[in-house]
Design a protein around this ligand. Structure first.
Ligand code: ZN
Ligand code: ZN
Length: 384
C-alpha cells in the first residue's frame, strides 16, 4: 500500500498493519519487521499443521547444517516452544549435525553450531559422515561432543569421481544417516530445513540426473520412502529471500561455509536459480508448486526399492526406454556380431556384467546405477 505524505514523499505501508514497511518480498509484498517475522513463523506452523500427523510430545530429529536456513529453523522451533495454549509447538526435539569432512574448518563449524544450539538451551548430537560405513548398531556419542573419526572413505571417493556424482551421493548418504539416527533416538519424524529455493534447485538437479520419478519424495513436504521414519520439510513454503531478511531482522548468526565451493552440474543449476530468484521471484514459487502436484501412481506394495535412494525400481514398462536403447547399443559394440546371425533385440538389461549400468533394476534405480558405475562396490551405500 502506498501512502502519500506531502507532495513528494512516498512511504510504503505494511500489508498487515499500518506501520511503515521495511521489507519487500517477491517484489510484491511489503511488510514491517514485526509482521514479517510473524508471517514467517506462521508459514512454518501452517506447513506442519497441514500434515496433521504430528502428535503431542512426538520425538523429532531436527537436522542442522549451520547455514542460514538451518539457523532460521532453529529459531522457528524455539519460538514455537515459547508460545502458549494451542499455538505451542509440542514436540520433543533432538538436534543433529553431520560433519562432512575431517578438516579443521568442519570442526570449527561444528563448534559454532554447538554454540548456536546452546543459546536456545538445546543439545546437539554430532556425527561424522564417514560413520555411514560403520557397521556398529549405535553410532551416536553423547551430545555436544565432536566425535573423533579416522576413516576418510568419502574424501577418497571425492577425489575419484566427478563433482556432480559426489554431490548426489552425499545427499543420499545424509538421508540414510538421518533415518539411521532417527531410529537410534527412537524418532519417527525428521525435520530438514529445505526452503522453496533449495527445493527448486533440487527439482532441477533431479530432472538433470534422471531422478524425475523421485520428485514426489525428494521435493514434496514429506519423504515417505522409509516405512518407519518420515522426513518432513516444514520450511518448504519459505524462500531464501525471506531467510535472508529473517536472519537480518532477528540478528541471527548463521555459520557460513566458505570452503564449500560447489562445482559441476549442481553449481550451474544453483546460479540459474539464484538469478531466477533475483529477477523473476515468482517463478521459483511456481516451479515448486508444480512439482507438488506431481505424484506417482506406483503401487507401493511388493515393489523393489533401490538400495541407495530407496525409490521404487520400476522395470515394467511396455515401451523401450532411452536406457534400454543405450544398453542395447553398448551391447552391440561389445559383441563380435556375425553378419549372418540374426541379432535379436532383447531386454536383457539386468545382466550383472552390464558395463554401463551395473545392477540396474536389480538393486539400483537408473540414476543410482549411473552413480554406481563410478564407484567401487565396497563404497555403495546400503539401506539399513
Ligand atoms: Zn506490520
Ligand atoms: Zn536409486
Amino acid at each position: 500500500m502506498l501512502k502519500l505524505i506531502g507532495t513528494y514523499l512516498l512511504i510504503m505501508i505494511c500489508r498487515k498493519c499500518d506501520a511503515s514497511a521495511t521489507i519487500l518480498i517477491r517484489k510484491e509484498y511489503w511488510y514491517c519487521n514485526t509482521c514479517f517475522i510473524t508471517n514467517t513463523n506462521h508459514k512454518f506452523r501452517a506447513c506442519l499443521g497441514k500434515s496433521k500427523t504430528i502428535s503431542s510430545n512426538e520425538k523429532v530429529l531436527i537436522c542442522l547444517s549451520g547455514g542460514a536456513e538451518s539457523t532460521v529453523l532453529l529459531d522457528l522451533v524455539h519460538c514455537g516452544f515459547t508460545l502458549n495454549g494451542t499455538k505451542k509447538l509440542r514436540i520433543i526435539p533432538f538436534f543433529l549435525h553431520i560433519i562432512e569432512t575431517t578438516t579443521e574448518d568442519s570442526i570449527k563449524k561444528a563448534n559454532l553450531i554447538i554454540e548456536q544450539c546452546k543459546q536456545y538451551n538445546f543439545n546437539l548430537y554430532l556425527i561424522n559422515i564417514n560413520e555411514y560405513y560403520s557397521t556398529n548398531n549405535n553410532i551416536l556419542s553423547d551430545p555436544n561432543i565432536i566425535p573423533k573419526t579416522k576413516s576418510d572413505t568419502l574424501n577418497n571417493i571425492r577425489l575419484n569421481v566427478s563433482p556432480s556424482i559426489y554431490h548426489d551421493l552425499i545427499i543420499k548418504i545424509k538421508r540414510q544417516l538421518f533415518l539411521r539416527i532417527a531410529k537410534e533416538l527412537d524418532c519417527k519424524t525428521v525435520f530438514t530445513a529445505e526452503t522453496t529455493t533449495q527445493l527448486a534447485k533440487k527439482l532441477l538437479c533431479n530432472l538433470a540426473l534422471g531422478r524425475g520419478s523421485q520428485v514426489e519424495n525428494d521435493i514434496g513436504f514429506a519423504d515417505l520412502r522409509e516405512k518407519s521414519v518420515r522426513i518432513l520439510r516444514p520450511m518448504k513454503d519459505i524462500m531464501n529471500e525471506e531467510i535472508d531478511y529473517f536472519v537480518k531482522v532477528k540478528q541471527l548468526s548463521p555459520v557460513y561455509d566458505y570452503s564449500n565451493t560447489e562445482i559441476g552440474l549442481q553449481s550451474v543449476i544453483n546460479n540459474f536459480v539464484v538469478d531466477l530468484q533475483d529477477n523473476y521471484p515468482s517463478t521459483i514459487f511456481t516451479v515448486c508448486k508444480t512439482a507438488d502436484k506431481i505424484g506417482s501412481n506406483e503401487n507401493t506394495n511388493d515393489v523393489k526399492n533401490c538400495t541407495l535412494c530407496q525409490s521404487n525400481i520400476t522395470l515394467e514398462s511396455a515401451n523401450l526406454t532411452a536406457v534400454d536403447a543405450t544398453i542395447f547399443s553398448r551391447q552391440m559394440c561389445f559383441k563380435q556380431a556375425d553378419a549372418h546371425d540374426d541379432i535379436e533385440v532383447t531386454r536383457n538389461i539386468s545382466e550383472d556384467k552390464n558395463p554401463m549400468f551395473p545392477s540396474i533394476y536389480e538393486t539400483l534405480c537408473y540414476s543410482c546405477s549411473r552413480t554406481y558405475s563410478e564407484l567401487d562396490i565396497c563404497e555403495i551405500p546400503h539401506t539399513n
